[in-house]
Write a protein that binds this ligand. Structure first.
Ligand code: ACO
Length: 326
């Protein structure tokens, strides 16, 4: 099999900043509660006219430039999202048109907040087998569109954004060294958007019952997250042939600082080896990991030759982790 690496990355965040103080005026909450329970101070929110594909397109163009790759060279586009522009066409096909990737196949992938890791793992296979040379993997979300802005249990947590990676062949022993994915449909009930599909179609009645918004059992998701972040990271590290002592940096899904700190502690990784941006961007679901990874690389926190673990968990329930030699 060919070795597969990330040739370039890019991300895009909408300009509008929503602060905890803004939220204090919308629901019964306080800046103090949000900061101490989640670590989030601000998040970015897309305007009314902006859909997920708009953010995904901007992140994709930045990643292509970073990878010195033309859109025509892309063989496949995977968009990981739980907030597609619409059920069909896929958001990936909309991005394919927007960037002019005439030679690319395109599809969406739905694995909640683990979507980017799933996308990376799927994309890697096509290059490893020699079927494709360049795969564009994008994690993009406009969660603000499916959040109930009257529900303080969820509306304080989420933000909008997009991150993208161009995958391609790389030197043996570098790039994506291991990947691990898992799921547990039994726990699916803890994190859902009930209406808008074939089970409960979008009707006046389902909208009146607020079933077209995110529903979450926060404490169940919290317990699952702490448990699985450690297990998934350890599994990916074992599969890479390295040990946790070799790891230079951890890029976790950005849901809650308490989840990240608990996972780092269990892994015995000091917090200065962990990238955190949820204080500024909140939980961007499938976009969180690629945005955080891109930021850590551009800030020089991830350097050439570093061993990096990405780990995520989310709706499904799903989880995934990957070790990369940068
Ligand atoms: N402001 C003030 N009070 C609040 C707020 C708020 N924004 N939100 C909830 N509360 C209240 C609740 O009403 C509840 O009050 P009650 O006990 O009177 O009913 C209480 O706070 C709950 O407090 P805790 O149980 O201490 O809250 P907890 O520490 O569990 O934190 C949180 C809640 C932040 C949601 C946490 O459970 C969490 O982060 N869970 C994981 C969420 C997550 O990771 N989601 C991932 C989504 S991934 C995807 O795929 C989209």
């Amino acid at each position: 099999f060919n070795a597969v690496g990330i040739l370039g990355m890019g991300s895009y965040l909408p300009e509008r900043v929503l602060t905890n103080h803004d939220l204090e005026k919308m629901v019964e909450t306080t800046d103090e509660w949000i900061v101490t329970r989640t670590g989030i101070h601000t998040r970015r929110i897309a305007d009314e006219k902006t859909a997920t594909s708009d953010l995904a397109t901007k992140a994709a163009l930045r990643a292509l430039e970073d990878a010195d790759t033309e859109a025509e060279e892309v063989d496949l586009i995977i968009v990981a999202t739980v907030t597609p522009d619409m059920n069909f066409p896929s958001t990936a096909c909309i991005v394919q048109r927007n960037i002019g990737a005439q030679n690319a196949a395109a599809f969406d992938l739905e694995a909640g907040c683990s979507g980017f890791i799933y996308g990376l793992t799927v994309g890697k296979q096509f290059i490893a087998t020699g079927m494709y040379k360049k795969v564009l993997v994008i994690g993009a979300e406009t969660l603000s569109k499916i959040v109930d802005w009257k529900d303080r249990n969820t509306c304080v947590l989420f933000g909008d954004g997009a991150g993208a990676a161009v995958l391609g062949p790389t030197e043996e022993g570098t790039g994506i060294l291991s990947a691990y994915m898992g799921s547990d449909g039994e726990g699916g009930k803890f994190l859902t958007m009930p209406a808008g599909g074939s089970r409960i179609p979008a009707t006046v009645e389902s909208v009146e019952k607020n079933l077209h918004y995110i529903k979450m059992d926060g404490s169940e998701v919290f317990k699952f997250a702490v448990r699985i972040m450690n297990r998934a990271s350890q599994e990916a590290i074992d599969r890479s042939g390295y040990t946790v002592d070799d790891i230079n940096y951890l890029v976790p899904h950005q849901a809650n600082i308490r989840i990240i700190e608990a996972a780092a502690k269990k892994l015995k990784l000091p917090m200065d080896k962990v990238h955190v941006n949820l204080d500024r961007f909140g939980n961007m679901s499938a976009a969180s990991i690629p945005v955080a990874f891109d930021e850590a690389v551009k800030q020089g926190k991830i350097k050439k030759g570093d061993l990096v673990v990405m780990v995520g968990f989310g709706a499904g329930l799903t989880w995934g982790a990957s070790v990369i030699k940068w």
